[in-house]
Design a protein. Structure first.
Ligand SMILES: Cc1cc2nc3c(=O)[nH]c(=O)nc-3n(C[C@H](O)[C@H](O)[C@H](O)COP(=O)(O)OP(=O)(O)OC[C@H]3O[C@@H](n4cnc5c(N)ncnc54)[C@H](O)[C@@H]3O)c2cc1C
Ligand SMILES: Nc1ncnc2c1ncn2[C@@H]1O[C@H](COP(=O)(O)O)[C@@H](O)[C@H]1O
Lengths: 315, 275
């Protein structure tokens, strides 16, 4: 059976949803081994074990994380060799794609990013041109290295209880590398991750500095809060909340666009959402062209009324 | 302000000619290649060029002996990306144009650009955009750093240069989801920049006139010793098997708020089983 190497990079107590999806996909394709770059707690390792993972490869020294990307790419390459892997799966963060890209060069192997579906013969499907095209790709040379978008596969409940063997790999971190000299944590919002959320309420310039009504609606829906670049540029919300071409690409079950005009760069990040709702006071806003349900109105009255109604119905 | 070293900085800015996102974009033909008829300098590469211009201005300006070279790889029309870069302020340009390059994926693009950079360099700093607005893989900068054994500073949201001994040290900020990083690297290095880093300038009349006198070198892969089989579709490690336009989203219902739109919105969500 093929060995599928899943690359994980985490520092938490439990597996994130996207990580469980990767392990589930891996298990559907072969025997899963894991390359784990970051430090992890025992509960996290137990989580990996519950997917029937045989071996967890880890770097022998923490130095791989002190430099940007280069060290982790060498680590992944070493793990692919040690595992004799025939397929490599990673998440789809910027950094994961870059690690995939560099490891691809080292292993002379093709890399496909932004994969949303993978069939049995490893044909990978992705969206192109801001979601306006669907493209099927294949790796022709080397070991297929694929970065998988969150929400693309079901995260199966694992339930196998096994303790994977741990193997430490010596990693020669390249001398010509950029050093990480400082890290500042950003405050956590307590809401779901944008790329993993089922529901997203996103605000734009029309929000005029006050995300309060959006946060309240997001909270009754158990959703995340996102934004257009106009709103993040204005400093009303963290840059990491930006959705679009240069922000995150999301495809939740429900995307509620509030006070956003719907520029092409914004659409690039959200138009593959299952259901799109738009609230905008200008009936000519392009966002209405892609909305399943549009409200021409002022967000300051529509949002509180909707939030109140959901509460009233006890939903 | 730092003093420029005698030789000045040699900066390469990688600029790509991409289909304009304001128009419908197509993949067509038997080879499933991108239709490049309505194409422009990738907006995201303008941030890289602006970063180069600001570094030069901070470190002695025109008197500093620095040189910014705009480099593109693409078909004949792609020279437009270099020309625009020269109008905005780059000093000279290189256009890698060769029929053999058609159908390049990231691996073969980075192989060709790496060989080109070695041929046209040495460069102290290679600047790129965060992603090309057509391919959107962001693989090329990382693969270039790997191939050229250069420190990789990608997704820089800020960039500064300072003198360190005889050389230069760069510092950058990179924003991740949960934390911000500060990064340090000696030159030579490869840096990709985000759209957070600056506000790109437009070409002005003086720049447009000056650009006419600037030199553009056109090269083919044989000029720097690459074989046609190593690049383009032949040299790619991935292939596109099929491409189809997604059916456009059909427009749904749009209602005017008559005081009850919030409630009608909740009715819609309930009907879609989204509550
Ligand atoms: C290279 C590049 C990359 C970019 N990347 C991104 C990206 O990743 N993501 C992104 O979003 N943008 C991106 N942009 C910017 C994009 O082009 C638009 O400028 C931006 O999306 C506009 O944001 P907005 O819709 O919030 O603001 P606007 O276009 O100003 O729209 C505000 C809307 O709010 C409505 N409004 C105002 N008041 C109210 C009210 N009280 N109630 C209801 N509606 C109201 C208005 O009718 C208007 O439609 C990028 C641009 C470039 C050049
Ligand atoms: N054909 C090309 N010519 C010049 N630069 C390129 C080319 N392809 C990619 N680049 C550079 O690499 C960056 C990232 O591209 P990509 O990896 O394709 O998303 C772009 O912003 C450009 O700076």
């Amino acid at each position: 059976m093929t060995t599928v190497l899943v690359y994980l990079d985490h520092a938490g107590a439990s597996l994130a949803k996207g990580e469980r999806e990767l392990l589930s996909l891996g298990a559907s394709l072969g025997d899963v081994a894991v390359a784990l770059a970051g430090e992890a707690e025992q509960t996290y390792l137990d989580g990996i074990g519950s997917y029937g993972v045989g071996t967890v490869y880890r770097p022998a020294s923490a130095e791989v994380s002190d430099v940007l990307v280069a060290g982790k790419a060498v680590f992944l390459t070493e793990a692919v060799r040690a595992a004799g892997a025939g397929i490599v799966l990673l998440g789809n963060s910027y950094e994961a794609k870059e690690i995939a890209g560099r490891a691809g060069v080292r292993l002379e192997s093709g890399v496909i990013t932004d994969v949303v579906a993978l069939d049995g013969d490893l044909t990978a499907t992705k969206a192109d041109f801001a979601g306006s095209y669907t493209v099927d790709c294949r790796v022709r040379t080397g070991i297929p290295i694929l970065t998988i978008k969150p929400n693309s596969v079901e995260a199966a409940e694992a339930g196998i209880s096994s303790s994977p063997r741990e193997e430490r790999l010596a990693v020669d971190v390249p001398v010509a590398a950029a050093r990480v000299t400082g890290r500042t944590e950003k405050p956590a919002s307590g809401r779901p991750e944008l790329t993993e959320a089922r529901v997203i309420v996103a605000g734009g310039r029309g929000v005029d500095g006050d995300f309060g009504p959006l946060e309240e609606l997001a909270d009754v829906l158990g959703g995340a809060v996102g934004a257009s670049r106009a709103a993040t540029d204005a400093g009303w919300i963290e840059h990491s909340a930006q959705i679009g071409q240069t922000g995150k690409t999301v495809s939740p079950q429900l995307y509620i666009s509030v006070g956003i005009s719907g520029a092409i760069q914004q659409k690039a990040g959200m138009q593959t959402s299952k259901v799109i709702v738009a609230i905008n006071k200008d009936a000519d806003s392009p966002v209405f062209e892609i909305a399943d349900f549009g409200v021409v109105g002022d967000l300051r009255s529509v949002l509180p009324q909707a939030t109140e109604e959901i509460r009233k119905r006890g939903l | 302000m730092d003093e420029a070293p005698a030789a000045g900085l040699r900066i390469a800015v990688l600029v790509k000619h991409v289909p304009d996102a304001q128009f419908d974009r197509h993949i067509s033909g038997e080879d499933l290649t991108t239709d490049r008829s309505e194409s422009i300098l990738s907006e995201l590469d303008e941030y890289a060029l602006e970063a180069a211009l600001q570094l030069v201005e901070t470190h002695g300006g025109a008197a500093g002996g620095h040189r910014i070279t705009a480099i593109t790889m693409g078909p004949a029309a792609a020279v437009a990306a270099v020309k625009k870069s020269l109008q905005i302020g780059a000093d000279d340009g290189v256009h890698l144009s060769d029929g053999a390059l058609a159908g390049s994926d990231a691996s073969s693009t980075s192989r060709a650009l790496a060989a080109l950079l070695q041929h046209s360099g040495p460069f102290d700093l290679i600047l790129t955009g965060m992603a090309s607005t057509d391919g959107e893989t962001s693989l090329v900068p990382a693969q270039l750093a790997e191939r050229l054994s250069l420190p990789q500073v990608t997704f820089a949201a800020s960039l500064d240069l300072g003198r360190a001994g005889d050389g230069w040290m760069l510092t950058a900020r990179r924003d991740n989801d949960t934390y911000a990083e500060t990064i340090e690297a000696p030159l030579p290095a490869l840096v990709s920049v985000t759209d957070q880093i600056n506000d790109p300038r437009y070409p002005n009349f003086k720049g447009i006139m000056a650009a006419k006198k600037k030199q553009i070198t056109t090269l083919s892969v044989a000029d720097f010793g690459l074989d046609a089989s190593e690049v383009g579709r032949a040299g790619s490690w991935t292939s596109v098997e099929a491409a189809a336009p997604r059916p456009p989203r059909s427009q749904g219902v749009v209602i005017m708020d008559e005081g009850d739109a919030g409630i009608r919105l909740v009715d819609f969500l309930a009907g879609q089983k989204l509550l």
